[in-house]
Design a protein around this ligand. Structure first.
Ligand code: FMN
Length: 377
């Protein structure tokens, strides 16, 4: 039941983004774009172990999001042993371990991209997560005594509300998302270390930790990683600076990766994924490194969201956010509203107002004149 084997290749996936790929945005993307795979924003193992509602809330998902992978970060293998079992219990399709976050608060504590400097710990984390999954598959009940009491209560509430899928006990595939290195590109050695633990997939953002988001993603280095992993059974997904499906097709063809993750280009634009079937006709079959560049690249007619679709999605997203996450967090919704509002006359002024809204009613009032205008055009 390794979903990675069953999804079509090349894979076009939504990249995890903290503060962005929350349950609401994921549901909007699943409805309007339907990528091949969706990854949650990263969640801290320690935050979950302390029963933080904010962390647990990010692990709620809707069936429409499948296949969906929970992304977790942390530094202690023993914590991953526990959390991997919780991720199984919640019904996710896979567990992704973040070994790429460059934020100081994360990497300086030996988590995220900090793990690139510590392959033994990275491998111990992968082993511990695997052991946790194996324990759960063997019928072990969730070790609630080792978890915060709030987690048990939260699970009971979710079960009562019918929000927990029946747990079929099959081994969850583990994947890793990482970067090219810390202060220099070491991707070939780093990927070789990771491959020893046979993850189902490795996603590579083509920058080093020190680069943050500066410069361009290095797709040559990603291609080298794909070459190292070729024939290993581990899929390689490339990531970085893809702004359209045509670019994705180009990157896949050139680098020999099994798929790509798209992040920032999906902000306010869940429709970016919707012509992925056309991309597959262009890019398939995925070449091995020996066949790179030999596939004819045909342009895809992309279908970005129209102005009407953007405004309607902004409203739908705001309503969903208020209903599921509550008014107290509505400020988190403002950035999304800004991202939807572009490409029509008056969008800039509208954005300035939308970043100050407090609830859906205010959003409705601001969007109403624009909605009637664009739908008449
Ligand atoms: C706001 C934001 C939050 C992010 N949070 C995460 C995260 O939680 N986990 C992760 O692995 N990567 C995270 N990333 C990195 C993205 O997944 C991706 O690797 C990066 O943005 C490059 O891809 P892109 O050029 O398609 O955006 C984040 C990126 C952004 C912009």
């Amino acid at each position: 039941m390794n979903f990675w084997n069953n999804i079509p290749k090349p894979i076009i996936a939504l990249s995890p983004m903290d503060g962005v790929t929350d349950p609401c945005f994921r549901r909007i993307v699943a409805t309007h774009g339907k990528p091949d795979l969706i990854v949650t924003e990263f969640t801290s193992v320690e935050g979950i172990l302390h029963g933080a509602e904010s962390e647990l809330g990010g692990l709620i998902f809707d069936e429409i999001e499948r296949p969906i992978v929970a992304q977790i970060y942390g530094a202690k293998p023993e914590s991953f042993f526990l959390i991997a079992q919780l991720v199984c219990e919640l019904g996710f399709d896979g567990l992704d371990i973040n070994m790429g976050c460059p934020a100081k608060a994360v990497s300086s504590r030996g988590c995220g991209a900090g793990l690139i400097n510590d392959p033994p710990r990275a491998k111990a984390i992968l082993q511990a997560a695997r052991q946790g999954i194996d324990r759960w598959v063997a019928g072990g009940s969730l070790p609630l005594a080792d978890l915060h009491p709030k987690i048990g209560e939260w699970l009971i509430r979710r079960k009562q509300a019918g929000q927990l899928p029946p747990s079929e006990r099959h081994p969850l595939p583990i994947s890793v998302k990482t970067r090219l290195g810390v202060n220099r590109v070491v991707i070939q050695e780093w990927v070789s270390h990771l491959l020893e633990e046979k993850p189902a997939a490795i996603s590579i953002h083509g920058r080093t930790l020190n680069q943050g988001y500066r410069g361009a993603a290095d797709w040559k280095a990603i291609a080298e990683a794909a070459s190292v992993a070729h024939g290993s059974g581990t899929l390689i997904l490339g990531n970085g600076d893809i702004r359209s499906l045509n670019e994705a097709a180009h990157r896949i063809r050139e680098s020999g990766v099994d798929g790509v993750l798209i992040g920032r280009a999906a902000l306010g634009n869940p429709w970016i994924f919707r012509k992925k079937a056309a991309l597959r006709r262009v890019a398939a079959p995925v070449p091995g490194p020996e066949a790179l560049g030999q596939i004819e690249l045909l342009p895809i007619r992309e279908e970005p969201g129209s102005s009407l679709e953007r405004l309607e999605a902004a409203l739908e997203h705001a309503r969903l956010f208020q209903e599921t996450r509550g008014l107290s967090r509505f400020a988190e919704m403002r950035k999304h509203l800004g991202w939807y509002c572009k490409g029509f006359p008056g969008a800039g002024q509208l954005r300035e107002k939308l970043v100050r809204v407090h609830n859906t009613e205010e959003v409705e009032a601001l969007l109403a004149p624009f909605l009637s205008e664009v739908s008449c055009r």
